[in-house]
Design a protein around this ligand. Structure first.
Ligand code: NDP
Length: 248
């Protein structure tokens, strides 16, 4: 077993850049031994080295969220080193749609499939694969990084900030699916200490938005970190942004 000095162990997927990288930094700053997962081992190691240089308890792990073999190898490595997992942040996500197409009906089925592989099926597969290790932690937390764009309530409410934001239907639907999955999983685990929540990071200045956005990356990581560290009296089966509950 690796030295984690008795601290909690967290795994953050898609953490080589953007919100995931910053989530690793903030969890590690809170004293959590944090595994920075990336699909390219070299880039994960480089990112982890940067945070280690800040004196933080971070280590790299290779994890391509769309690869069953990669998931199995990561589970094995974490089991061997730590024997449990306290926090799983399903953060990796993609937008592959052509944002210039004027109508949602023009997006290709291939784009829908690719989006769902990463944003939905990978989350389901990773969560199932890590559940045995999450059950071995005293009070595990699962954070599914969703988006306000997954809110059907807001999409159907004229005047809401996302009412006209319908050009990337596969991405939006993938986040609706993750919201639904989070509710189902929280219900299944309601009599265990494990809590499951979906979060919206905010509209964040990352590569995903070509640097556009309303908030900086440190603020964008806050909700994931808050929900990763909630106490026993915190919510499960929620959809939150900076402490506010969002409509489904
Ligand atoms: P970025 O595009 O900046 O980063 C995405 C991260 O996901 C990268 O580290 C990327 O790795 C990783 N990733 C993609 N595919 C895989 C894969 N198959 N295996 C492993 N890692 C993968 O995105 P953000 O940081 O902006 O987004 C993070 C999460 O927040 C996403 O789930 C996104 O949907 C969500 N979100 C973001 C918002 C925003 O405004 N930015 C708003 C609402 C939600 P690599 O470097 O290898 O490509």
């Amino acid at each position: 077993m690796s030295a984690s000095n008795g601290s909690k162990i967290a795994l953050v997927t898609g953490a080589t850049r953007g919100i995931g990288f910053e989530t690793v930094r903030q969890l590690a700053q809170a004293g959590v031994h944090t595994l920075l997962a990336g699909r390219d081992r070299g880039r994960a190691v480089d990112a982890a080295l940067k945070l280690q240089g800040e004196g933080l308890p971070v280590e790299a792990i290779e994890l391509d969220v769309t690869s069953t073999a990669s998931i199995a190898a990561a589970v094995q490595e974490i089991d061997r080193k730590f024997g449990r997992l306290d926090i799983l942040v399903n953060n990796a996500g993609i937008i592959v749609e052509d944002k210039t197409l004027p109508k949602p009906s023009q997006q290709s089925v291939a784009a829908w499939r690719e989006t769902f592989e990463t944003n939905v099926f990978a989350v389901v597969e990773i969560t199932q694969a890590f559940l045995p290790l999450l059950h071995k932690a005293p009070a595990a937390r699962i954070v599914n990084v969703s988006s306000i764009l997954g809110s059907l309530a807001l999409h159907t409410q004229p005047g809401s900030p996302i009412y006209d934001f319908k050009s990337i239907p596969a991405y939006n639907a993938s986040k609706s699916a993750i919201n639904s999955y989070s509710v189902h999983l929280a219900y299944e685990l309601r009599d265990t200490p494990i809590k499951v929540n979906a979060v919206h990071p905010g509209y964040v200045k990352t590569d995903m938005n070509a640097g556009e956005g309303e908030i900086d990356v440190p603020t964008g990581a806050k909700t994931s970190v808050q929900m990763a560290l909630i106490d026993a009296d915190g919510p499960s089966g929620g959809f939150v942004y900076l402490g506010e509950t969002l409509p489904w």
